[in-house]
Design a protein around this ligand. Structure first.
Ligand SMILES: *[C@@H]1O[C@H](CO)[C@@H](O)[C@H](O)[C@H]1NC(C)=O
Ligand SMILES: *[C@@H]1O[C@H](CO)[C@@H](O)[C@H](O)[C@H]1NC(C)=O
Ligand SMILES: *[C@@H]1O[C@H](CO)[C@@H](O)[C@H](O)[C@H]1NC(C)=O
Ligand SMILES: *[C@@H]1O[C@H](CO)[C@@H](O)[C@H](O)[C@H]1NC(C)=O
Ligand SMILES: *[C@@H]1O[C@H](CO)[C@@H](O)[C@H](O)[C@H]1NC(C)=O
Ligand SMILES: *[C@@H]1O[C@H](CO)[C@@H](O)[C@H](O)[C@H]1NC(C)=O
Ligand SMILES: *[C@@H]1O[C@H](CO)[C@@H](O)[C@H](O)[C@H]1NC(C)=O
Ligand SMILES: *[C@@H]1O[C@H](CO)[C@@H](O)[C@H](O)[C@H]1NC(C)=O
Length: 253
């Protein structure tokens, strides 16, 4: 009991060090990533021919196969896994977060361990901005309902201003010398997906600064209407008197 809990504690510490709460071996293995509700295939790195094979998740059987009895799948994997009997690849369909674990393939000539890490489907980032004096701050935010691990997400930016080059944080700043009409894109990456959203910096400028423009449009519109009305009142009158004068004058002279 004592030894067991010590071991568990040691593994938990290792798990913290390695980020993943798995056993020691998993620290050295680059994880394979899958996404909830999607499929993933674990592929042996140097496949050898075999006549029987067993895949395990932790200590539990996932699927076993031999030439005589064919494939047999187990427990939560029933009807949800497929084995490639040539190379040993294991495909898991409709992944759930509880599929995250270490997996092992065992066949006559050896075994290989895999670490499967399950990601949430990556949402589009949300861009918001604020202006303090002349400076515009653009925030690239992950939607609050995202359940996945934010540490696996990277940011990159795309815009005409130089500061978007080689920037990998979630915040971007624009000073008064930067073009205010540019479009700014933020892309978030996880090991499987990337998603991009964009914002026009003009939409960040608060109303006070653009009120002048909004007042100008009605003012110009009103002037045009007044001119048309004046024109309408004048022109028909001129035409009528001129027309009457013309028709009256021409036959007479
Ligand atoms: C998962 O596999 C099934 C069966 O092959 C396929 O129909 C489906 O499109 C796959 N889903 C994804 C997200 O790749
Ligand atoms: C199966 O594994 C083999 C060997 O690793 C690999 O070449 C092949 O691409 C894999 N197939 C699939 C569908 O992942
Ligand atoms: C095994 O995988 C290989 C490569 O992906 C494919 O060509 C072959 O058809 C697959 N065999 C089976 C039995 O699924
Ligand atoms: C995957 O899930 C979808 C919907 O939840 C279901 O229709 C489909 O049959 C499932 N596929 C497998 C291979 O379990
Ligand atoms: C942008 O998002 C941050 C973080 O949620 C929030 O603190 C800030 O008030 C938001 N700004 C605007 C202008 O919505
Ligand atoms: C705007 O940002 C620059 C540097 O990016 C800083 O030096 C300046 O003080 C800021 N101005 C205001 C008003 O925040
Ligand atoms: C961004 O970097 C690329 C390649 O390094 C370069 O061609 C481009 O001119 C840079 N853009 C700006 C605005 O500095
Ligand atoms: C995130 O950035 C780091 C450092 O640039 C890189 O090593 C890692 O592969 C990136 N991860 C993703 C998911 O792009």
């Amino acid at each position: 009991m004592g030894a067991g809990s010590t071991k568990r504690w040691a593994l938990a510490v290792l798990g913290l060090v390695c980020v993943l709460p798995f056993d020691f071996i998993s620290c050295d293995i680059p994880p394979t990533y899958g996404v909830v509700n999607e499929n993933v295939t674990l592929s042996p790195s140097n496949p050898k021919s075999f006549t029987e094979v067993l895949w395990k998740k932790g200590k539990d059987k996932v699927i076993e196969w031999d030439e005589k009895y064919g494939p047999r799948d187990y427990g939560p994997f029933k009807g949800r896994v497929q084995l490639n009997t040539t190379f040993g690849n294991l495909t898991i369909f409709n992944l759930t977060s509880s599929d995250e674990d270490t997996y092992e393939i065992e066949y006559e000539t050896g075994k290989e361990t895999f670490v499967l890490q399950i990601l949430e489907r990556l949402p589009d980032p949300i861009l918001n901005c604020s202006v303090i004096d002349e400076n515009i701050t653009v925030n690239c935010l992950i939607p609050e309902n995202y359940d996945g691990n934010p540490h696996l997400i990277n940011y990159s930016w795309h815009c005409p201003s130089a500061q978007c080059n080689n920037s990998f944080g979630s915040v971007m700043y624009f000073g008064k010398n930067d073009d205010r009409s540019q479009n700014v894109q933020c892309t978030i990456h996880d090991p499987v997906y990337k998603r991009t959203s964009s914002i026009d910096l003009t939409s960040c400028i608060p109303r006070e600064h653009s009120r002048y423009r909004y007042c100008l449009i009605p003012a110009v519109g009103l002037t045009v209407i007044v001119l048309i009305v004046i024109g309408f009142l004048k022109c028909p009158k001129n035409n009528r008197t001129k027309g009457l004068g013309d028709t009256g004058d021409t036959p007479a002279r």
